[in-house]
Design a protein around this ligand. Structure first.
Ligand code: NAD
Ligand code: LMR
Length: 334
């Protein structure tokens, strides 16, 4: 017999039955991300797909006594990918290759663009209403790829397509706390633009640390922009950030599900189809967004920024425009 408290707790979890699919679940990010999703009580149906390893990861996670059913899917079984996606509420895509030292994220385009395009096409067929969270790099180009594919299938909903840039904000919070000797859990840094090098713009002028010396601030900005390289170098050929990324991906996924649930004031940064610089031909831009039952409820403006940040923004826009066009042209040319 369940106690009254236990019964109430159980019914509150099953009241929000979200189906979530991870494409690339056997990989460096996919595995810990799937673990964190298995621990999320908003998820009741967790589907893991990968070219290899998804069944093993799913069986392993299925022994954890949380309120979700986990199932692994492979391309070898009939309709493996479409069954993984069928009527799911959210699709997370960390499928694709990671960087090795000396590579830029853009160098991954040659392999990852077609992986993401094909997975987006499958999602369009089997889960046309799902939120799609793109992790695979280069995010500045893979998100426009997904948008083009969904448009070509007539199911594009800009409110439900997200490039996951959460890792930039969590790095910014951590790194600023290290130089300012503060509590990292209390730091919030608004990071806008895109997800690669100079397109990543941490708005230090909007924090409580605007009086930092120029040298210290410039070093901090550089570290946030190139934090990914720090991990790639330390892993020395074995890939890029996976564990911090899994945390970032699970945090963002939880925010999207909280929005679906109708929780209020859920605000996270994300690289989205944005009106902010559309007049300059920049279709996608990362800035804080409010999440609601239908996905994006509001895209927040960037607010007041310093002249240094204004200069960074100009450079960011030049690169971002090219990255976005590259993704759009890739789909158009096929
Ligand atoms: P990984 O190589 O460890 O894992 C990738 C997984 O994708 C593998 O298991 C592989 O089998 C799978 N895969 C490849 N093609 C597939 C397909 N067509 N269908 C299903 N699965 C497929 O790589 P990783 O370290 O997990 O990184 C994955 C991607 O995430 C990379 O592109 C990396 O650059 C990117 N990344 C993004 C961020 C971010 O902030 N957005 C952070 C870190 C890494
Ligand atoms: C990151 O920021 O860590 C990821 O985009 C992976 C990478 O290639 O740096």
């Amino acid at each position: 017999m369940l106690s009254r408290v236990a019964k109430r707790a159980f019914s509150s979890t099953v009241a929000n039955p979200y189906k979530v699919t991870v494409l690339g679940a056997g990989g460096g990010i996919g595995q810990p991300l799937s673990l964190l999703l298995k621990l999320n009580h908003k998820v009741t149906d967790l589907r893991l797909y990968d070219l290899k390893g998804a069944k093993g990861v799913a069986t392993d996670l299925s022994h954890i006594p949380t309120n979700s059913v986990v199932k692994g899917f492979t391309p070898e079984e009939p309709d493996g990918l479409s069954n993984a996606l069928k009527d799911t509420d959210m699709v997370l895509i960390p499928a694709g290759v990671p960087r090795k030292p000396g590579m830029t994220r853009d160098d991954l385009f040659a392999i990852n663009a077609s992986i993401v395009r094909d997975l987006a096409a499958a999602a369009a067929e089997s889960a046309p209403n799902a939120a799609i969270l793109v992790i695979s790099n280069p995010v500045n180009s893979t998100v426009p790829i997904v948008a083009q594919v969904l448009k070509s299938k007539g199911v594009y909903n800009p409110k439900k397509l997200f490039g996951v840039t959460t890792l930039d904000s969590i790095r910014a919070a951590r790194f600023i706390s290290e130089v300012e000797h503060t509590d990292p859990t209390q730091e919030r840094v608004n990071v806008i633009g895109g997800h690669s090098g100079i397109t990543i713009i941490p708005l230090i002028s909007q924090t409580n640390h605007k009086l930092m010396s120029d040298d210290k601030r410039q070093e901090l900005i550089h570290r946030i922009q190139f934090g990914g390289d720090e991990v790639v170098k330390a892993k020395n050929g074995a890939g890029s950030a996976t564990l911090s990324m899994a945390h970032a991906g699970a945090k963002f996924a939880n925010a999207v599900l909280s929005g679906f649930k109708g929780e209020r004031d859920i605000i996270e940064p994300s690289f989205v189809d944005s009106p902010l610089f559309k007049s300059e031909g920049i279709e996608f831009f990362a800035s804080p967004v409010t999440l609601g039952p239908d996905g994006i409820e509001k895209i927040h403006p960037i607010g007041e920024i310093s002249s240094e940040e204004e200069e960074m923004l100009q450079k960011c826009k030049e690169t971002l425009k090219k990255n976005i066009e590259k993704g759009v042209n890739f789909v158009a040319s096929k």
